[in-house]
Ligand binder design. Structure first.
Ligand code: ADP
Length: 733
């Protein structure tokens, strides 16, 4: 089988990892693969070349697309497409994998439809048995405007660029008491503006899907005034480039500045982010997404080689899902058409539930202000811990403000359970919490404390003395386990008969009933940035690196970082490490270096093996190398817990934080003492009973019995090891 791979339309970060995955998976599955340069231009002009294993080495971390991309007018013509068919058929290419936006996917659909008639017209000129071209599309668009996938390749990177820019602007905004209007990309899709507004704590967000009334600016001014009087030190308005007035005319960002200046007399500056949003190294999320979809596209073609396909592979609810290309294009464009026709309600409906909920959340967070007075009916206690996870402050800020808005007092337990043991609780204040949205760590502190049965009476005393009527805990496995033990002792301590809500926050991502916990995405990005830097060390020649990452007994960080950074192997606690495997790896290193490879990366989870430690592996590799290569270790340690939370972690923290507050308000209203665990499954927030969640856990190992990400092991392995048993012919390496 021969397949072609191309990137088309606007470039998006993550196209390179997608090409790498497609090429390598194809070679592993004995499929010849050709790269088509500059999108449809290359297809028309015949710029098509075979790609081997090493052609796609070292590209995972690079932005853009090494194959080039373009918009092609020639391909829009019937004659142009005939040339494309001639070029593909003469090389015997029977399937195309194309990464691009709706225009590119439309082009592929048209080409597949016309294939038989072009072939017929070309007649004897081309001898081919390929009666039908197969096409698989991958969603590549920073706008995240494609139907059939929850996220498109590039959107997460763009979002993080915007959120970082908002962070940078907010510090200068606070210093100068300035207001910033920030314009993001998105002509027909408000995704970037909406999500960055949520993650960046914007005071107002304007998106194309929103039906504005004629006096929309009054509401905006009112919100800015409210936010200012409630103590917000700076103001940010995020506007998508496609936002429009009630009459359908575009809103100019400059106009917003003028309105704010005129009505509030504020110093307002405009920042149009432009193409920086497209650039740069892809985030971990985009690399993993691109790798998963790229691999799935080849598997689809190989496993259904007899069947005709014309589909896009997207990721929905964390699973690879096929949608016919024509449906993707029609439904993706429908939103833009509804906006053009002024049917905003319909446009918003078509964006789906998760988008609508995020919009509601943004609206709620931009509008809430503290209630005038708090009730005397007890306070809600919030705590964070055991270890720090980036995004805890975001969750705290949302939880705290949602509760204060309803007149419920909020107390923070300093340093997780220590505050409860020492009766050291602090009142959380609205003004402080406003600034916590993007702050790393936790402002109420974290500590890993082992609670003995004898300590429970002190905890009960503190709860009683402070009239605590509910607990929201934002934390990791230690916190889950301690609260579970407290609940088991409810008969003995009636103080524990209060509602409890658990919010998963741990970089280890080892918590039940949630695909992701707050902090894991940030840690993953820190790891891949570190590995990228290690790779860039110019002096490295014939050097193997063993990078040790956190995760405790859960291999999420090790596996996903290995996959996203193009590491050779991940050593996971789930699989352990065997001597046999290490011997194979030594042979792999020797062969690879002999074949010209310069550097190899092995990612080891900190608890992958009690015996074969990082240092042991280093010494073993070095001894067996007998001086032919060097081995270094990099134990990344606590940098993985630090840094400003990524967009994904902040959005997750906002969603879970708001749900935690709503749940506890509901329980308090009903006098319920339920204990629940929140999580993210697929695209949605899920609520489960703590008892049910505990059944999912391997209590001794502190990780879920079934971990969804282990299914990705096969992908990670197959893309990184060219020499160990793949037996590819020389010319394909
Ligand atoms: P994107 O893929 O990012 O949406 P474009 O809309 O510019 O980018 O599409 C990229 C290319 O796909 C176009 O330059 C053109 O060559 C091809 N294309 C788009 N729409 C069609 C169509 N209806 N028929 C044929 N080719 C198309």
């Amino acid at each position: 089988m021969k397949i072609g791979v191309m990137t088309s339309g606007g470039d998006s970060p993550g196209m390179n990892p997608a090409i790498r995955a497609i090429v390598r998976r194809a070679l592993v599955r004995r499929v010849e693969v050709f790269g088509i340069e500059n999108g449809y231009e290359g297809l028309v002009s015949g710029a098509i070349r075979p790609l081997g294993w090493h052609d796609v080495g070292g590209i995972v971390s690079k932005g853009g697309t090494f194959l080039g991309t373009a918009r092609s007018d020639r391909f829009r013509t019937y004659e142009g497409r005939r040339e494309a068919v001639r070029n593909l058929a003469s090389k015997g290419i029977e399937a195309l994998v194309i990464v691009g936006g709706d225009g590119s996917l439309m082009g592929a659909h048209v080409l597949a439809n016309e294939w038989p008639e072009h072939l017929k017209a070309l007649g004897k000129e081309i001898s081919t048995e390929i009666s039908q071209l197969k096409v698989v599309g991958l969603p590549g668009s920073i706008d995240n405007d494609l139907f059939g996938t929850d996220m498109s390749i590039g959107a997460d990177t763009a979002l993080n660029h915007i959120v970082r820019a908002l962070d940078d602007l907010s510090s200068t905004a606070a210093s100068h008491q300035r207001t910033f209007v920030v314009e993001t990309m998105g002509r027909h899709c408000g995704y970037l503006a909406l999500m960055s507004g949520l993650a960046g704590g914007a005071s107002w967000v304007l998106i194309p899907e929103d039906e504005l009334d004629v006096r929309w600016h009054r509401k905006m001014i009112e919100a800015l005034e409210n936010a200012r009087s409630a103590g917000r030190p700076h103001q940010m308005v995020v506007v998508a480039e496609g936002a429009r007035h009630a009459d359908g005319l575009p809103i100019q960002s400059k106009e917003i500045c003028d309105i704010i200046h005129e009505k509030l007399g504020l110093d307002v500056r405009l920042t149009v982010l432009g193409h920086v949003q497209r650039g740069g190294s892809p985030t971990a999320f985009d690399r993993v997404l691109a790798t998963r979809l790229g691999t799935a596209s080849v598997d689809l073609l190989v496993e259904n080689s007899e069947e005709c396909t014309c589909h896009m592979i997207g990721l929905r609810e964390n699973r690879e899902v096929l949608t016919p290309l024509d449906e993707v294009v029609t439904k993706s464009r429908a939103v833009g058409e509804e906006i053009e026709n002024g049917n905003y309600t319909r446009a918003l409906e078509l964006r789906g539930e998760s988008f609508r909920k995020a919009f509601e959340l943004v609206k709620m967070l931009t509008r809430i202000t503290p209630a005038k007075e708090c009730t005397d009916e007890g306070a809600v206690l919030v705590l964070t811990g055991g270890a720090d996870a980036p995004g805890m402050n975001t969750a705290l800020s949302v939880v705290g403000r949602c509760l204060l808005n309803q007149g419920i007092r909020v107390l923070g337990s300093l340093n997780t359970f220590l505050g409860l043991l020492q009766n050291n609780l602090v009142g959380l204040d609205w003004h402080e919490m406003v600034g916590w949205m993007n702050r790393p760590g936790s402002e109420v502190g974290t500590a890993r404390v082992t609670i003995k049965d004898g300590d429970l009476s002190r905890i009960a005393d503190t709860l009683r003395k402070n009239n605590i009527s509910g607990i929201i805990a934002i934390g990791g496995w230690g916190v889950y386990h301690t609260l579970w033990r407290m609940i088991e002792q409810r008969d003995k301590y009636p103080e524990f008969k209060i509602p409890i809500v658990l919010v998963p926050a741990s970089i280890d991502n080892n918590l039940p009933m949630s695909d992701f916990s707050i902090g894991a995405d940030t840690a993953l990005n820190v790891i891949i940035e570190s590995i990228d830097k290690i790779r860039n060390t110019a002096s490295a020649n014939r050097r193997a690196f063993i990078v040790e990452v956190m995760g405790r007994n859960c291999g999420f960080l090790a596996l996903l970082s290995a996959m996203a950074s193009g590491a050779e192997r991940a050593y996971l606690p789930e699989n352990g490490i065997s001597l046999k495997e290490l011997v194979t790896d030594v042979e792999l290193i020797k062969t690879s270096f002999d074949c010209g490879k310069k550097m190899m990366i092995f990612v080891r989870n900190e608890a992958a093996s009690r015996h074969y430690t990082t240092d042991f592996i280093r010494r073993l590799f070095e001894a067996e190398g007998r001086g032919t290569f060097s081995v270094r270790t990099a134990i990344l340690g606590h940098v993985q817990r630090g840094g400003a939370p990524t967009a994904f972690d902040r959005i997750l923290a906002c969603r879970l934080g708001a749900q935690a507050a709503f749940s506890i308000i509901d329980f308090l209203g009903r006098g319920s003492d339920d204990a629940i665990v929140l999580g993210l499954k697929g695209r949605g927030v899920v609520v489960n009973h703590l008892d049910e969640a505990m059944k999912e856990m391997d209590i001794d190992l502190g990780r879920p019995k079934n971990e969804w990400f282990l299914k990705l092991c096969d992908i990670a392995d197959s893309l990184a090891l060219p020499f160990a048993g793949c037996g590819l012919p020389e010319e394909q390496l």
